[in-house]
Write a protein that binds this ligand. Structure first.
Ligand SMILES: [Zn+2]
Length: 68
């Protein structure tokens, strides 16, 4: 049986980009990227400093997924 309290409070997952606990996000390889960061990545310019940061973070996910 489901616990009604638990079903009302889904566990927060930590976003691997901004490291903030978020309710919703995209799950990739067991990691979570929150919607804010996902949007930021999509709209980031390749010239942008933030873009390089996001790419590095994404690489970290792929690498940790591969090493499982
Ligand atoms: Zn985030």
């Amino acid at each position: 049986m489901m616990n009604p309290v638990e079903s009302m409070q889904p566990p927060l997952a930590e976003c691997i980009i901004c490291h903030k606990p978020k309710l919703y996000g995209i799950h990739i390889c067991g990691q979570m990227i929150c919607l804010d960061c996902e949007r930021a990545i999509v709209h980031a310019d390749v010239e942008d400093e933030a873009y390089a940061y996001y790419v590095e973070e994404m690489k970290r996910i792929w690498l940790s997924a591969l090493s499982l």
